[in-house]
Design a binder for this molecule. Structure first.
Ligand SMILES: CC(C)(COP(=O)(O)OP(=O)(O)OC[C@H]1O[C@@H](n2cnc3c(N)ncnc32)[C@H](O)[C@@H]1OP(=O)(O)O)[C@@H](O)C(=O)NCCC(=O)NCCS
Length: 198
């Protein structure tokens, strides 16, 4: 934990102080279902995510099982993932995935993804966690040379998180992803293992 600043940002939610040293990362479990349902059923949270807003507990169970079982039925393989916790409640999730899971020697990059319950937005939590995860990833996954993140051009908050965490904006991939009925322009960000801020 490199910094323990306190952030108070208005986001249309009640103001409260969160000491960032209370934020922890740990594996996600099925017992986190009720906490996970809080944010996976929230349309604001799901807006830029690849998954649809959850409507049933089965959706939540499937979501957790996919994460625990390394997204077995999806193209990407989860390399590393953790629940973002406040007082041991899973208030979000962060992961690193590989696009070429079967060829570690050729793929020295990983894609970062993260999500946080809307009640906790605007308090510096995502920035704090992303900074830590970048450090941990480059040390635990020692073959990694690059961590990238693709963000919808309209997802201003997430772009700001990456900039503040030391990622470089590489450019816009036009109509790169078809998601939720629309082709979307995506901003590519990356951080390399030898970048000065890392
Ligand atoms: C994106 C997300 C993770 C940001 O989390 P967060 O904890 O609120 O981010 P932070 O508090 O660390 O904010 C970092 C910066 O972004 C700014 N920011 C956050 N949300 C913003 C928004 N909606 N619009 C404009 N700026 C925003 C903050 O003000 C802060 O900048 P500042 O310090 O210069 O003021 C969160 O909104 C989220 O989970 N969204 C839904 C899922 C998602 O979009 N995931 C990312 C997919 S790529």
């Amino acid at each position: 934990m490199e910094e323990t600043s306190i952030s108070l940002k208005p986001c249309g939610i009640e103001e409260s102080i969160i000491d960032l040293s209370q934020i922890t990362l740990r594996p996600l479990h099925l017992s986190d279902l009720d906490d996970v349902m809080v944010w996976t059923t929230d349309e604001k949270v799901a807006k830029f995510c690849s998954w649809e807003t959850h409507t049933t507990k089965d959706d939540g169970i499937n979501y957790i099982e996919r994460k625990i079982n390394n997204n077995k039925n999806e193209n990407k393989k989860v390399l590393w993932c953790k629940a973002i916790c406040l007082n041991d409640h899973a208030i979000g999730f962060i992961s690193l995935s590989s696009r070429s899971p079967h060829d570690k020697s050729r793929n020295k990059s990983a894609e970062l993804g993260y999500v946080l319950g809307s009640k906790y937005w605007g308090r510096g939590i995502a920035t704090y966690v992303v900074k830590q995860v970048v450090k941990v990833a480059f040390s635990e996954l020692s073959y990694l040379e690059r961590i990238e993140a693709m963000v919808d051009v309209e997802n201003v908050g997430s772009q700001r998180v990456l900039e503040k965490a030391g990622f470089q904006k590489e450019g816009v991939l036009r109509k790169y992803v078809f998601l939720k009925g629309k082709s979307r322009d995506m901003v590519m960000f990356s951080v390399l293992v030898n970048d000065p801020k890392v």
